[in-house]
Design a protein around this ligand. Structure first.
Ligand code: ZN
Length: 260
């Protein structure tokens, strides 16, 4: 039996404590709802750990990250309070193979912007409007098992194009909004050996993470972002000529590079 996937659910956990409307929807925080949903869907295939902003090192110590296969990230009100040292640490783990699933307003988190290298900004509106999420890649493992072409969320915050991201390796959903905008709401990239996923529905003032379709996709994101493949060799290393099968007459003086 394969080892259980080790998932760390990171939640900024600010709105739930400060805003009554959000507290009523998520009394134990959004991370409690994600944890319950993932455990129910994936059972013994996962072990779940949660971490929040106010913990020492935001709950993302070297030890925690070393034991994390997939990290999910939700943040909105306090992106700037996330320490750069922790962001660097997470980036390095992604390069080494840890999956990162960025949710909703994590598009503007330090870690997502650092991994993308663009502004990651978008058009938005809070008008409790309808969102129609279209499955645009039915063969994608994140949406495995979906029989519908699309599903609707009755009340959302609109996130629309232009979304300033590098062109995704793959799209799995595109969303349409009642106000007319469209949005690349489900995207994947590779960074180093790691997989990065962005999935946009998840505004805190609506019960979006209780929606069964959203819960299925979240489980799909976590499963997809699991580390796969071989060992990461991206640290950069020099291979001296005597260690390579090169005939001596072809070997150039390496000091010529350094002399510039
Ligand atoms: Zn929002």
């Amino acid at each position: 039996m394969p080892a259980a996937l080790r998932v760390t659910l990171w939640n900024e956990y600010v709105h739930e404590q400060l805003v009554e409307q959000v507290r009523q929807i998520y009394p134990q925080g959004m991370h409690a709802v994600w944890a319950e949903s993932l455990k129910r869907q994936l059972g013994n295939d996962v072990t779940i750990h949660t971490a929040t902003l106010d913990e020492p090192e935001h709950g993302l110590t070297d030890e925690v990250l070393a034991q994390t296969d997939v990290l999910t990230w939700w943040g909105h009100a306090a992106h700037e309070r996330v320490s750069d040292a922790v962001v660097d640490r997470v980036q390095k783990r992604v390069w080494q193979g840890m999956g990162l699933v960025a949710l909703h307003s994590a598009h503007n988190s330090k870690i997502f912007k650092k991994l993308m290298g663009t502004s990651c900004m978008l058009r938005w509106r809070e008008a409790a409007e309808k969102e129609r999420v279209w499955i645009v890649n039915p063969s994608h493992p994140i949406v495995a098992g979906f029989t519908e072409e699309c599903f609707e969320l009755p009340n959302v915050e609109m996130y629309g194009e232009f979304f300033d991201i590098p062109t995704p390796d793959e799209l799995f959903t595109i969303s349409w909004f009642e106000g007319g905008e469209v949005f690349r709401s489900g995207c994947t990239w590779r960074r180093g050996k790691g997989k990065v996923v962005y999935f946009s529905p998840g505004h805190e003032t609506f019960p979006i993470y209780y929606d069964p379709n959203i819960q299925r996709i979240l489980a799909g994101c976590v499963r997809f972002a699991a580390p796969t493949g071989g060992t990461y060799h991206g640290e950069g290393r020099n291979i001296p000529a005597p260690l390579a099968p090169i005939e001596a007459e072809h070997v150039v003086d390496e000091s010529l590079h350094r002399a510039k």
